[in-house]
Design a protein around this ligand. Structure first.
Ligand SMILES: Cc1cc2nc3c(=O)[nH]c(=O)nc-3n(C[C@H](O)[C@H](O)[C@H](O)COP(=O)(O)OP(=O)(O)OC[C@H]3O[C@@H](n4cnc5c(N)ncnc54)[C@H](O)[C@@H]3O)c2cc1C
Length: 441
């Protein structure tokens, strides 16, 4: 067999970087893995271990009734080392795959260090090569160093790199009670209307403001405080400016008439679709720091949302990510430079497992490029495929990071109960991955 004299460079020894390195090594190719810790620190990492979990020790559910469980199963199928190490370091946590974080990262580090195809270089990458002949995978994560962020921004142009995410909750369209809402766009009385409007009366509005003001919130890290000055206000911070301020902001009712009453509601929450299948709706302007159970309690009081299922909760935190729909293709390489790949949270997926999954795909595709094969296109019916579809589909009003959820999968247009439908989605995903063979050569 002809020896391929090419290195693939990976920037970042996090969850995505480790997965990519492992996959590349399986093709018999050599990897240079750059990790800046411990010389250069991030605001949250505490060790120099690879794949350190910076916050929760849970990788979410591994039940196939859950979208995250389906994703994990697919990753196992693709020989994920993150999922392997997670099972080997599992601690009891009900249906969640929670781990002893120290054992988990030590195991992952051991696998990388023991791999003779991987050269580890403890150094910060500050610049990106313009005309590199060998592929490079950028997996530097949500806390990418400042120098590299600048390099990425030069490469992609600054408006395509974001430094925080400001996320409104996303709701499963099937869980909305449409008998209480109306469809309309502001000032377009006779048109079909792009928005679903949840009308609130005076009492409901002031109760919501009270809940938002006093609800339990997630603390903001010191390094995240500047975010609020960058035109990104949580709804509860808007309420602190006055009880009526929300009504002049995201909840303003002007230009909207409820056809059931023929009147303008006191206040309105608008829901806008997230995808062309209209399976997911986001609460417009409702970025929030309320804790997740509080979001469920408070937002379910809004008319039409009494049984809302939250596919993603709202949040605001420091996050470096690129405008993937504009910048990258489905193989995760840059449209403007096919030798530069992105993987992990920086692509606009959200979460440990989702980030690791993108590492697997970038690793396989960069290797296949070097070996002269076509890139793989994981089917849309799978969790991995639906995540990639989401982050690479253009025409989003604003691109916000996403975790895996059932709203991302292509819908099943049959009347059936939710549990059966989800089971069908899970089975379809695993079957289509099993039938998809190109990644094996
Ligand atoms: C504060 C915070 C808390 C989070 N909490 C959770 C949570 O509880 N649950 C969850 O599912 N997700 C959470 N996430 C989101 C995300 O899933 C994790 O950050 C995840 O680790 C992302 O994986 P990654 O491989 O993309 O990046 P990382 O795991 O962060 O790995 C990137 C690596 O690149 C290195 N690096 C950065 N810049 C350079 C450079 N210039 N040169 C060389 N190396 C570099 C970093 O040191 C790091 O080791 C959180 C994110 C943040 C910021």
């Amino acid at each position: 067999m002809e020896k391929i004299n090419k290195n693939i460079t990976i920037v970042g020894g996090g969850l995505a970087g480790c997965e990519a390195a492992h996959q590349i090594s399986k093709f018999g190719l050599r990897v240079k893995l750059y990790e800046m810790r411990p010389e250069v620190k991030t605001p949250t990492h505490k060790t120099s271990l690879f794949g350190e979990l910076v916050c929760s020790n849970s990788l979410k559910s591994d039940s196939l009734e859950n979208a995250s469980g389906i994703l994990k199963k697919e990753m196992e199928y693709l020989d994920s080392i993150v999922i392997k190490c997670a099972y080997e370091s599992r601690v009891p946590a009900g249906k969640a795959l929670a781990v002893d974080r120290n054992i988990f990262s030590k195991k992952l580090t051991q696998i990388i260090e023991d791999n003779s195809n991987i050269e580890i270089i403890r150094e910060e990458i500050k610049k990106l090569p313009k005309d590199k002949a060998d592929p490079i995978i950028i997996a530097s994560g949500p806390l990418t160093s400042d120098a590299l962020s600048k390099g990425i921004s030069n490469l992609t142009s600054s408006e395509h790199l974001y430094f925080y995410d400001s996320i409104s909750p996303i709701i499963d369209s099937e869980s909305i009670d449409y008998s209480k809402t109306f469809r309309a766009s502001r000032y377009e009385e006779n048109a079909e209307g792009d928005y679903i409007n949840c009308p609130l009366n005076k009492e409901q509005y002031y109760e919501l403001v009270d809940d938002l003001t006093h609800g339990e919130k997630i603390e903001t890290h010191e390094f995240e405080k500047q975010i609020y000055f960058e035109s990104c206000m949580p709804v509860e911070a808007i309420c602190e400016r006055g009880k009526d301020t929300l009504m002049f902001g995201p909840m303003k009712p002007v230009g909207l008439v409820d056809p059931k009453t023929g009147k303008r509601p006191f206040a309105v929450l608008q829901l806008r679709t997230e995808n062309k299948e209209e399976t997911m709706y986001n609460m417009v302007g409702f970025q929030t720091k309320l804790r997740y159970p509080e979001q469920r309690r408070v937002f379910r009081k809004i008319p039409g949302l009494e049984n809302a299922e939250f596919l993603r909760y709202g949040s605001i935190h420091r996050n470096t990510y690129i405008n993937s729909p504009e910048l990258i293709t489905k193989d995760l390489s840059l449209k403007s430079n096919e030798n530069i790949y992105f993987a992990g949270q920086i692509t606009g997926v959200e979460g440990y497992v989702e980030s690791a999954a993108m590492g697997i795909i970038a690793g396989i595709n960069a290797s296949r490029k070097v070996l002269g094969h076509n890139s793989i296109q994981i089917p849309s019916e799978t969790a991995i495929g639906s995540l990639i579809d989401y982050i690479t589909t253009e025409n989003k009003k604003s691109f916000q990071p996403i975790n895996i959820n059932f709203g991302l999968f292509p819908p099943i247009n049959k009347k059936m109960n939710k549990k059966d439908k989800r089971e069908l989605i899970g089975n379809r995903a695993l079957k289509s991955l099993a039938e998809y063979k190109p990644y094996t050569n």
